[in-house]
Design a protein around this ligand. Structure first.
Ligand code: ATP
Ligand code: ZN
Length: 730
């Protein structure tokens, strides 16, 4: 009997062998017995009947069910999955589980259509002139009036009672809807005349077009508003014309209807969209259409990098520096790095675009591993935003803003322009403390001050999410004199309301704007000039086009200037540059003011006088001197436990496992030491950094001792993880 190897979703770094009636092709899903459970796995290899191997065959269990006739994944995705398991030192079965849409992971069939519910003629009439009394029934009718809906989706919205009632009244009936649609997208014709490319855009477009038939990585390093998206639009046109598909990755927050709309409007074809807030069914639909070559353009967030493509033609990663491309739990992959790997395997060009490239990508461009394309001018004649520093030392503050800055804001507002005020701290105040003894009100399980949210009248811990009522007195000295300390966006909004009572303002942070739809509505309203003052957190910094903003004010960036994280400077420079990029995008020039108590700080001075490109090159020099990434590779072991000693102890033992291999010439340990956020949800968090200037050496050490680590008795008691190429030390 043939023997197959199966990747099963369990935390073990191996595949498992089973017997099978027939030889199965790798990439096919099977259901197999595993211990007492039945699990869905993917075939990774298959062998002919072993002659003379009856003994081992006897011990093997048989496959219970074969779920696919054809492999779900082509050779490229299979190879990519194997690479993920090797590179991230992650169990292969769990890698497969991450790569697959949930529905397929659970064993759902890949089908052309699914059962659906639709309105009968009587149902249509009811939708026109409602007569029913049941509110839920009417809601359901109204929803179905827009078209048939998959039964499994409607079941998540309405109870069986409601659905049954409608069916019994013959208002609804069962039908099916197709999950795949034949689309002749390659024969599109342009729906808009593209603007004439600027000289720099023209150079970039020509360079990419010339190399469109094979793998070449490009870094499109273009200042904010320089027309990077326009470059994407122009270079994908010939790719689509050849009937080849384009995969575009964007940060979660940048995936708005505006972005998708730009591509749809240009080519007049429907774009497949993939993001984390979709239903399983909607996701699998796009996945399937992409796999069958029915979609020309697929735009998605991080995990869209796993989308199968029938005829891949190009991969684009927009805002490639964005941290949301790195997954922070389970399989901690970096979608940008994976995009490089995938483009290489598929042999298609790759474009990484950003106004503030990551130092990793910039380094690759500077040492010619990537082709460096630059756009130094803003498109359509818009000018660069002027950066300025406002020294707030010894200045009286109103709502946290210095008097000088208030005058500048007033003058922009009086001219009818929009002003964006950035403060990266939501809530009313970041701490509450006792005016008598100075004790702060802390979250017990994180040992950090609670943030006061005035609108809810509650305290919230921004590390673990815990929430409690505002106490009446200090827990230490019982004084009733509790006061808030510091300013958050909620208080800023209130203060600005007093300073500019006649100006309409809107606050954009995750408290005020819950859910994607609301954010999109607010962004549209901003561009329709419903508001003049925009207050918010970093949601406002990401890629949005605000043509009427002429002034950006940044409050309190001082904390980030002195962080223990060596990436803090890079992150802050990116944030400031992206924020500055929101101003002056149209005909009116823009300016940005940074309010700080450290006006002479070298980072701020460099950014202001020389710009991001210069800052980034300086920062690379510093990284080189310190032998930090990208001039070395890192891996972090993290451990967390209810007792600090346990977590640190495990990491010390891990360090001992590696010590024989890691010689000082080739690698270093840092730690074990507490993470930047030392305690969260009652658990103490520690990390051990393993670093080497030779990536291959680092990976070989990791591989050789991981089994030893897993066998440590403490390793099964303490929660731990391994993070390759970490980007976040918190
Ligand atoms: N060659 C051009 N001529 C005229 N207008 C252009 C040209 N290229 C782009 N634009 C316009 O300039 C604006 C900014 O362009 P785009 O959004 O492509 O820039 P971007 O670099 O992707 O921006 P960001 O990274 O800041 O989000 C858009 O309104 C776009 O339509
Ligand atoms: Zn907490």
């Amino acid at each position: 009997m043939p023997i197959i190897d199966v990747a099963v979703p369990v935390p073990l770094r191996q595949t498992f062998s089973y017997t099978s009636e027939q030889k199965l092709r790798p990439g096919v899903r099977v259901s197999v017995p595993f211990g007492r459970r039945q699990l869905i796995g993917v075939v990774t290899a298959s062998y002919d009947d072993p002659v003379d191997d009856t003994e081992s065959e006897v011990k093997l269990k048989a496959v219970t069910e074969v779920l696919d006739e054809q492999p779900l994944f082509d050779a490229t995705l299979q190879a990519l999955t194997q690479w993920l398991a090797t590179y991230y030192h992650h169990p292969i079965g769990e890698v497969w589980a991450t790569v697959m849409p949930t529905r397929l992971r659970k064993g759902g069939a890949l089908s052309d259509s699914v059962p659906a519910l639709t309105l009968t003629e009587a149902g249509q009439a009811e939708a026109q002139t409602p007569t029913l009394r049941g509110k839920k029934q009417l809601e359901c009718i109204a929803l179905l009036a827009q078209g048939p809906l998959a039964s499994e989706e409607i079941k998540t919205k309405f109870s069986n009672v409601v659905l049954k009632a409608l069916e019994e009244k013959a208002l609804t009936t069962q039908t099916s809807i197709r999950l795949t649609e034949k689309q002749d997208w390659a024969s599109f014709s342009l729906q808009q005349t593209p603007p004439t490319a600027s000289t720099e855009q023209g150079v970039a477009i020509a360079a990419i077009n010339q190399q469109a038939s094979h793998f070449v990585p490009f870094l499109l390093d273009g200042v904010t508003g320089s027309g990077k998206t326009e470059v994407y639009l122009q270079v994908i046109e010939p790719v689509l014309k050849q009937g080849r598909q384009v995969l575009i990755l964007v940060p979660e927050i940048g995936l708005t209807p505006q972005t998708v709309g730009r591509f749809e409007r240009r080519f007049g074809i429907s774009v497949g969209v993939l993001h984390s807030q979709m239903t399983d069914l909607a996701r699998v639909k796009v996945w399937q259409q992409a796999r069958r070559g029915e979609l020309g353009i697929i735009i998605g967030t991080r995990s869209a990098i796993f989308t199968p493509l029938k005829r891949p033609g190009m991969i684009i990663v927009d805002e490639e520096h964005d941290e949301s491309f790195k997954q922070q739990d389970g399989l901690r992959y970096h979608a940008r790095d994976l995009a490089v790997k995938r483009a290489h395997t598929e042999n298609v060009p790759l474009i990484l675009g950003s106004a503030t490239p990551s130092l990793e990508s910039l380094n690759n461009a500077l040492n010619k591993r990537y082709t460096h394309l630059t756009l130094s001018q803003r498109a359509g004649g818009a000018s660069h935003t002027q950066l300025k520093v406002l020294d707030s030392r010894d200045q009286p503050l109103h709502a946290g803003i210095a008097q000088g800055l208030i005058s500048i804001m007033r003058s922009h507002l009086q001219q009818g322009n929009q002003v964006l005020v950035f403060l990266n701290r939501r809530g009313f105040a970041p701490a509450v403390l006792c005016h008598h003894c100075g004790q702060t009100v802390d979250c017990k399980s994180c040992e950090r001050p609670f943030t006061y949210h005035k609108s809810q009248g509650r305290l919230q811990c921004h590390h673990c999410g815990a929430s409690r009522r505002m106490p009446e007195q200090c827990s230490e000295c019982h004084s009733h004199d509790l006061q808030t300390s510091g300013i958050g966006t909620e208080q800023l909004e209130q203060g600005l309301g007093q300073l500019f009572p006649d100006i309409k303002q809107v606050r954009i942070d995750s408290d005020a704007v819950k859910g994607k739809d609301k954010l999109i509505t607010r962004l549209d309203e901003i561009n329709a000039r419903k508001y003049q003052l925009l207050v918010g957190t970093q949601i406002l910094s990401k890629g949005h086009h605000f043509p009427h903003v002429t002034l950006v004010v940044v409050l309190d960036c001082d904390g980030a200037l002195f962080s223990a994280d060596f990436r803090a400077a890079e992150k802050l420079a990116q944030l400031i540059t992206q924020l500055a990029g929101r101003a002056g995008r149209a005909s009116k020039p823009g300016e940005m003011w940074l309010q700080t108590d450290n006006p002479g700080h070298p980072l701020l001075q460099d950014l202001i006088n020389n710009g991001f490109a210069h800052f980034a090159r300086q920062a690379l020099q510093e990284r080189k001197l310190g032998a930090l990434p990208p001039y070395s590779s890192q891996a972090i072991f993290r451990a967390e436990a209810g007792e600090a000693g346990l977590a640190a102890n495990l990491l010390q033992q891990i360090r001992d496992c590696y010590r024989p291999s890691v010689n000082a010439a080739k690698g270093q340990f840092i730690g074990p030491l507490p993470c930047l956020i030392e305690k969260r949800q009652g658990r103490f968090r520690y990390m051990l950094v393993l670093q080497s200037q030779q990536r291959a050496a680092l990976h070989s050490w990791l591989k050789h001792h991981l089994q030893e680590v897993e066998a440590l008795p403490l390793a099964s008691k303490v929660r731990w993880s391994l993070d390759i190429d970490p980007v976040d030390l918190s």
